[in-house]
Design a protein around this ligand. Structure first.
Ligand code: ZN
Length: 137
């Protein structure tokens, strides 16, 4: 059985969770096999999987809700992280992407989009030695 809960509703805990930890946060249970990175539509709302724990053959899948917005409402230019134009999800550690431009599947909503890395060059200066060779008049 797969049990879905909203990840943000689960209190933080350092030790392994038990069935009781999840019990009051579950909003859906299903016999369907749901992959960890699934995009889920339930009662008109969209969710993506963000963590999973198996306990005795059952799976507890933490999900977060998201919306696919009006594309014009999302800032995708000159952002510090690659930003999905469909849902606004920001990739963490975008600098680790190997290519300066590429096609990309959003890890949250699954949309395919392209990104282009914009590189800005900045300079830092530090004094080494002041000039003391002046012509005195
Ligand atoms: Zn997205």
């Amino acid at each position: 059985m797969f049990y879905l809960y909203l990840y943000k509703d689960l209190p933080k805990k350092t030790e392994c969770r038990t069935r009781e930890d999840y019990a009051k946060h579950i909003f859906l249970s299903t016999e369907k096999n749901i992959p960890f990175d699934a995009k889920i539509k339930y009662k008109g709302k969209l969710y993506c999987g963000c963590c999973e724990q198996g306990i005795d053959g059952d799976f507890y899948l933490g999900v977060r809700a998201f919306e696919v917005k009006n594309i014009c409402d999302i800032d995708t230019e000159y952002e510090s992280e690659i930003t999905c134009p469909a849902c606004g999800h920001k990739l963490s550690e975008s600098y680790e992407e190997d290519e300066d431009n590429d096609n990309f599947y959003c890890e949250q909503c699954g949309a395919l989009f392209e990104y282009e890395r914009q590189v800005t060059v900045e300079y830092v200066s530090k004094i080494i030695k002041l000039n003391e060779d002046f012509i005195e008049l």
